[in-house]
Design a protein around this ligand. Structure first.
Ligand code: GUN
Length: 313
């Protein structure tokens, strides 16, 4: 039996509807949550992501603004911009879109963001809150992965979870969230030996490596829940044929756009897994929905909301 498809768009819409109600309550009390997005230079993929984030804010009543310093911006000017945003009361969340150009010290930039406004959850203070299970701001994609699992009623406690990829943005915080939810967690990376056999232990397999179709059927235990965080643009016809030959919908979009978006998980894993997130339409929509959640959470956090309210996510 093919896997259940975990519909990220539907789950993200549910979350957005919940956040919209919360924003209406805040606005009735005279508070309009505000998000500042900093997009350095003209990386086309980053520009697309930032547009999606700003549009999502507009749709649900969050004030948003985009700051776009040039590619050659100095470290000092970028830090100065963030300090200005830190000072502004109407800004609750600050997001610096990554990657940053090489002349910029990314770590310095990220620690300059006020931890209370750090809607990406990348500041060491928020990383510490996550690992010590204190309420704070949790990175959006990992928080979204947990929402998919929980809202799809996939058990976590006591399950074997394997996370492939150890990035600060996805792999590490996802592993920490799964651990905080009582999974038995293994983190794999480029130096891991016997990757396929470790992945095959997983009841929950989370993949965030950035290699199109790398996780094939032999990495997956029958019935496992597979979360595919990959977002790879396939532009090469031969590579396309390797994964999607005969798939009419994909053929159509590849011919029209010259590319197709696919995950790190091979399309045929659907025949083995118990549940799986598609790409597109799986984890991606959750990342944006959780940014909205974090912006509202930050607005509450800065206005002294109680710990009980903030520990929901
Ligand atoms: N670039 C890729 N993913 C992310 C993310 O989650 N946050 C930011 N700020 N930049 C990214």
């Amino acid at each position: 039996m093919p896997a259940i498809i975990l519909d990220g768009k539907k789950i993200a819409a549910e979350i957005r509807a919940e956040v919209t109600v919360e924003i209406q309550g805040l606005r009735a009390a005279g508070v309009r949550p505000g998000l500042a997005v900093v997009l350095v230079g003209s990386n086309p993929a980053s520009a697309v992501y930032v547009r999606q984030k700003v549009k999502a804010c507009e749709e649900i009543g969050i004030h948003s603004e985009t700051h776009a310093p040039p590619q050659a911006v100095s470290n000092r000017d970028l830090v100065a911009l963030i300090n200005q945003l830190n000072q502004r009361d109407e800004i609750d969340g600050i997001l610096v879109q990554l990657p940053l150009p090489s002349q910029v010290d990314m770590k310095q930039v990220l620690i300059t963001i006020d931890p209370a406004k750090d809607v990406d959850g990348f500041h060491p203070m928020n990383v510490g809150f996550l690992s010590t299970q204190l309420p704070g701001l949790v990175p959006c994609t990992p928080a979204g992965i947990l929402e998919i699992l929980k809202r799809s009623r996939i058990p976590i406690a006591g399950q074997e979870a394997v996370v492939v990829g150890r990035s600060q943005i996805v792999g590490k915080p996802t592993a920490m969230l799964l651990l905080n939810n009582n999974a038995t967690v293994t983190v794999c990376h480029s130096k891991t030996r016997n990757l396929a056999s470790i992945c095959r232990r997983a009841d929950i397999l989370v993949v965030a490596v950035g290699r199109a179709g790398m996780i094939t059927q032999e990495y997956v235990k029958p019935g496992a829940s597979v979360i595919d965080v990959g977002a790879n643009q396939v532009t090469d016809r031969r590579e396309f044929d390797k994964f999607f030959r005969g798939n009419k919908k994909r053929e159509h979009s590849f011919t029209k756009n010259g590319s197709t978006l696919m995950g790190d998980v091979h399309p045929r894993v659907v025949e083995v897994a118990g549940a799986i997130t598609p790409v597109p339409g799986g984890v991606g929509p959750l990342t944006i929905a959780m940014l909205m959640v974090n912006t509202v959470k930050a607005a509450n956090l800065r206005r002294g909301a109680g710990i009980q309210e903030l520990s929901k996510v």
